[in-house]
Design a protein around this ligand. Structure first.
Ligand SMILES: [Zn+2]
Length: 316
């Protein structure tokens, strides 16, 4: 079956000269290069430790699917660099790097599946497995002037089999909130919050707000109450009264610009299920941090290494 993209590609190839044609053949040869991807994964596996017990005493135990296998001397179990990571047991390794490129470009599930020659189901599964690494890359401290805003949106049950009946006023679905906090050094924190309250604000922000930070937000009871318990300096603005900047520095324009960029970027996905929303927040955070030009291999390596490290931390 010739898809639109294939027809377009065929037209382009007809215009290629010999050199370009040769270069294209190399690209196609490398397209599904399992060894290349396996090599990239293994060289990024900094310190080999058993993902089952955390011991670093092991010996080599043959190779499987182009990856070195190890056997732990302590627990006798075997593992490779992908064991217990989100990438474990995923197939078609040769196409992972190309798929990461699709993520780096913010492409849709359907388009990525066409470009990488995998089904839409696989494309969807890969997207969420690959993005797990990005979730762990949230900032742990916000310094200086910290701008905060929240948005409340209806819950989205896209892809769910059991969709609950709408409840509440006007027969609407329940809501969920997204919290955005950003300091002037572009450190970004975001979170999906079931019910936004002083307690949920404290759980999310209290420990990452530097003690001497200046907390900027809209003037609402919620934020005023939060400031009382968090004991930070604060600056409120009354957007409803047309007040956008106070004393030249108190404003939330950066965080508003960021969140607007996220919502515009998400339009391409035609609705995002609430249960996956945090993945899209992380994805956009990554893209924005790298000025929409994140190296594709970084996405892959993050998914592999971060989880390994986290597992060790939780075991100790
Ligand atoms: Zn072990």
């Amino acid at each position: 079956m010739k898809t639109k993209i294939l027809k377009w590609f065929e037209q382009q190839i007809n215009q290629f000269n010999t050199c370009e044609y040769k270069a294209l053949k190399t690209i196609i040869k490398n397209f599904d290069d399992k060894k290349m991807v396996a090599n990239l994964l293994e060289t990024s596996y900094e310190k080999v430790v058993c993902p089952h017990c955390g011991e670093d005493k092991y010996y080599k135990w043959g190779r499987q699917n182009n990856l070195q296998r190890y056997k732990c001397k302590e627990c006798n179990r075997t593992f490779n660099c992908l064991s217990k990571t989100p990438l474990a047991r995923l197939r078609k390794k040769g196409r992972w790097l190309n798929y990461s490129k699709c993520l780096a470009e913010g492409l849709t599930v359907r388009y990525s599946s066409e470009l990488c020659g995998v089904s839409k189901t696989t494309s969807f599964r890969w997207r969420h497995r690959f993005l797990v690494g990005s979730n762990e890359y949230k900032t742990t401290e916000l310094n200086g002037i910290v701008e905060t805003i929240d948005f409340t949106i209806p819950k989205n049950y896209k892809g769910s089999r059991n969709i609950p009946k709408p409840s509440g006023r006007n027969g609407r679905y329940d809501n969920v909130s997204i919290l955005f906090s950003r300091d002037r050094n572009r450190n970004m924190y975001d979170s999906v919050v079931e019910k936004l309250s002083v307690n949920s604000l404290r759980d999310n922000l209290k420990y990452i707000l530097a003690k001497d930070s200046l907390f900027c937000s809209i003037n609402s009871n919620l934020y005023r109450d939060f400031i009382k318990i968090s004991k930070r300096r604060h600056g409120y603005i009354d957007i409803e009264k047309g007040e956008y900047v106070k004393k030249d520095i108190v404003h939330i324009n950066n965080v508003i610009r960021y969140s607007r960029g996220l919502f515009i970027w998400m339009i391409r996905f035609r609705g995002v299920a609430t249960k996956y929303l945090f993945n899209y927040l992380s994805w956009f955070r990554d893209l924005e941090e790298f000025d929409m030009n994140i190296p594709s291999k970084d996405i892959l390596i993050r998914a592999m290494t971060i989880t390994n490290k986290l597992q060790l931390l939780t075991q100790t």
